[in-house]
Design a binder for this molecule. Structure first.
Ligand code: SAM
Length: 219
C-alpha cells in the first residue's frame, strides 16, 4: 500500500471514530452523522494540524478564527432539521466545513463571511470538492436578503442578541439556530417561524463561540 493510501485509510478510520464519539454525545440524526463521516475535515485546516483534524475539538484557522468543534457542527445541523433541497443560510463561513456538511446533506447553501481571506479560501475549497454553495463577503448580522426567505439559518459565531434581520429572513416553518450570550458563553437558541407573525423560541445547551462582529452583533 502506498503512503498516500495509508494516510487516506487512517483519515477514514478516524472519521468513523469521530462519528461514534458524536453518537455517544447524543447526536442522533443519521444524515448529519453520514455527512461528518463523508467530509474530509482535515483539508479545511492547516496541514500542521492535520493529525488533530478528527479530534472532537475546535481548531484554529486563519484570521484568528476557528473551525467549530465537530460536536457543535453536528448539534447545530441537527437543530436545523435540514431536508434535501432546503434553502439554508450560514452566517460565518470560516473554513467552509459546515457549508460542506450542509451541501452534502442536499441543502441549497448560502454563506456569509466577514474576513476576505477566509471567504476566498472557503470558496476555493468548496469548489474543489464540487459543492455549489453561494458565498458572500460581508456582514452576516444583516443576513442575505437577496435570496431570502430561508428554510434554515445557522449562525456559527456568538451573538449578543438574536439579530432581528435574520428572523425576518426565515420562511414560515423555517428555523434559526443562533448562539446568544456574552463573549465567554452562549446558549443555543432555536427560533421557529410558526406563521407570518408568530415565532416559537427554545433555549438549549451552552457553547463557546468566537464573537459575531457586525452591525447587529458585537462592535
Ligand atoms: N462555520 C465555520 C466553519 O465551518 O469553519 C466556523 C466559523 S467560526 C467559529 C465563526 C466565523 O464567523 C468566523 O470565520 C468569523 O470571521 C465569522 N464571523 C463573525 N462575525 C461575522 C459576521 N458579522 N458576518 C459574517 N461572518 C462573521
Amino acid at each position: 500500500m502506498t503512503t498516500e493510501n495509508r494516510v487516506h485509510r487512517k483519515h477514514i478510520q478516524r472519521r468513523n471514530e469521530l462519528v461514534e464519539t458524536l453518537r455517544s454525545k447524543s447526536i442522533r440524526d443519521e444524515r448529519v452523522l453520514m455527512a461528518i463521516q463523508s467530509i474530509p475535515r482535515h483539508i479545511f485546516i492547516d496541514t500542521a494540524l492535520e493529525n488533530r483534524a478528527y479530534e472532537d475539538s475546535a481548531l484554529p484557522i486563519s484570521c484568528g478564527q476557528t473551525i467549530s468543534q465537530p460536536y457543535t457542527v453536528a448539534a447545530q445541523t441537527e437543530l436545523l432539521e435540514v431536508k434535501k433541497g432546503a434553502k439554508v443560510l450560514e452566517i460565518g463561513t470560516g473554513s467552509g466545513y459546515q457549508a460542506a456538511i450542509l451541501c452534502h446533506m442536499g441543502a441549497d447553501v448560502y454563506s456569509v463571511e466577514r474576513h476576505e481571506e477566509l471567504y476566498h479560501k472557503a470558496k476555493k475549497m468548496l469548489h474543489e470538492l464540487g459543492y455549489r454553495a453561494s458565498l458572500k463577503l460581508g456582514d452576516g448580522t444583516l443576513g442575505w436578503s437577496a435570496y431570502a426567505p430561508y428554510d434554515g439559518i445557522v449562525v456559527t459565531a456568538g451573538a449578543p442578541v438574536v439579530p432581528d434581520d435574520l428572523i425576518k429572513q426565515l420562511n414560515i416553518g423555517g428555523r434559526l439556530v443562533v448562539p446568544v450570550g456574552s463573549q465567554k458563553s452562549q446558549v443555543m437558541v432555536r427560533i421557529t417561524r410558526v406563521s407570518e407573525d408568530s415565532y416559537q423560541e427554545e433555549h438549549l445547551q451552552h457553547f463557546k463561540f468566537v464573537p459575531l462582529i457586525g452591525e447587529k452583533g458585537w462592535d
